[in-house]
Design a protein around this ligand. Sequence first.
Ligand SMILES: [Zn+2]
Length: 262
Amino acid sequence: MWMDTHAHLYFPEFSEDREGVIDRAQKEGIDRIVVVATDLASSRAALALAQKHASLACTVGIHPKSAHAAPPGFLADLEEITAHKKVAAVGEIGLDYHRLPPDPEAADAEKDCQRRAFRAQLAFAREKNLPVVIHQRSAWEDTLATLDEVDNAVSCVFHCFGEGPDRLQELIRRGHFVSFTGIVTFPNAPLARASAQAVPMDKFFLETDCPFLAPVPYRGKRCEPWHVRLVAEAVARLRALPPSVVAEASSQNARLFFRFDD
Ligand SMILES: [Zn+2]
């Protein structure tokens, strides 16, 4: 079984041929795709797609870069969407301190806003007993500190993992998972590749993060879910394993994490 555990199929990059992209994934043997939300509108759009296709599941959540635009009562909206059984996780949520406003006060305000949204959604996930898809960029310490505040009592996957083996161990110690994108096919990504080589077989998933991060040889082009095969091949090469073994481990880990019952 092959799975793309992180896809943004509702993005405009797919508006011309979305059904064709989903069909192509199925023909390539990708049996399940998790459509990951980044704000309220995409939480609704991800659910609508998941309701239409048996092979799709979805998440609900506000991305840190969308936190400032979330309406004050957004948790009630998330709650309403989460009532549907196709919702498998809360995400992507977290902290992203890359490209903060240059003014220090504005930067602090943005960080505060992100932290409030992250904390609120972690509490929400805990209450709903849902796993969490984490987006972390340039905010490693604060992200871990926020998870430590809730005793790491929610199961998390750090998506698009690009950190090295030391940070990987910090997550594993806390009981979390990582997932790898096409970045592991890039020659200039030594940390991600070292982590893909070092990660225990029961602690990782594979994803595309499409339409972004197309793996080599499609780098720079639109990424789509079937490219997860190329991510698996890259991880397999790093570990000297057959790609099918890597894909099966990823699918099995993701099945348990998202609690898919097939
Ligand atoms: Zn994403």
